[in-house]
Design a protein around this ligand. Sequence first.
Ligand SMILES: [Mg+2]
Length: 276
Amino acid sequence: MNKFYYTLVISVLIFSSCNTAETKTEEKVEKIIVSESVYSGENGLSPTVWYQTSAENKAIYLQTYLFAKLMLSENLKKKYKKPVAVVTDIDETVLDNSPYNARLAKTGKMYTNESWDAWVNTKKAEALPGAVDFFMFAKSKKVEVFYISNRTNNTLEATMENMQRLGFPNIDKKYFLLKTDKSDKTARRDSISKNYDIILFLGDNMTDFTEEFANRDTTDFGTAVVQKYKADIGTRFIVFPNPMYGEWEKAAFRNDYGKSDIEKQKALKSSIKDVY
Ligand SMILES: [Mg+2]
């Protein structure tokens, strides 16, 4: 349900109509239903349509993976002390989960861990354009590939089976660092850095690169942190689009998922400007 209905006004409407023999007056009480929009799964409708159907989205993935190849080749020209690796997120970076968001948008339901895991366990996610080709390219250049994802560890087997079907490299538990306790990926990144020089990170959420993008400033929504990492964006951090969900949405809720659905919708509206 996108709309929360409540009765604001009861108006009395008097209708007069003429019959052949008599004039009959009907009194009708009609509730005028006024709606106030609330945050729900239906909020994801337009973003999901864009993500799933637009040629633009497919082109952006191809373009970004092409750029990732160029930067990987460029970064490989430098000297490193350790073996080199790339670290990538999974969801909306290499796998397309828009069918899950389509289900939310169509039913108005909100994300839950249970429904998400159920989707993951179908193993029906498809590869995003350019993804398999890029990671095979990395492997061909002797760059190790690690997957850091906040999919829960109990979906590891399903995730690996899904990605094996699609032709991704390194389908082995030692290359998959899923979520065991916390969403913060820092410790998992650090564990790879002990043995590898990570020459490229790929993700659709800025927290795939640094935790400094978690709990963003509620006035600039992380813009200052983007400026701080300007030299890394595009050179070490390869960013993909995700208008369906992400840390950006949490920031728009002022980092409070506990808000009521009406308050969430108000927070979304108050996060954008129409200054003109
Ligand atoms: Mg992701």
